[in-house]
Design a protein around this ligand. Structure first.
Ligand SMILES: [Zn+2]
Ligand SMILES: [Zn+2]
Length: 100
């Protein structure tokens, strides 16, 4: 695959492209999202921890959907990436609906 330079960017198509092949594994306090970056196409796991977000405790039968900000954290070196950053710079939001 072609090497893309690092660029902090988002696009309306990223969320749909990402969720099309996404696997979500529930963890004790969040979820692990396994998918491929819609920009650079590298596969990566993104760990989402619910406790960093301030959502009301789910008290009813249907928990609210949660919007998770995802950013590419692939391990492929992308040209121009700052030393303290990961991935290719792409970011987008994923809406997770909790079923529990
Ligand atoms: Zn990448
Ligand atoms: Zn990427």
């Amino acid at each position: 695959m072609p090497r893309l330079p690092y660029l902090e960017v988002t696009a309306a198509s990223y969320a749909d492209a990402y969720t099309a092949g996404l696997q979500v594994t529930d963890t004790r306090d969040g979820a692990v999202l396994s998918g491929s970056c819609p920009r650079c196409a590298c596969p990566f796991d993104f760990t989402y921890t619910r406790r960093v977000f301030r959502y009301p405790r789910p008290g009813g039968r249907s928990a609210p959907a949660v919007t998770v900000p995802v950013l590419c954290v692939c391990e492929t070196p992308h040209e121009g990436r700052p030393a303290d950053e990961e991935g290719c710079g792409a970011y987008w939001n994923v809406v997770l609906e909790r079923t529990s």
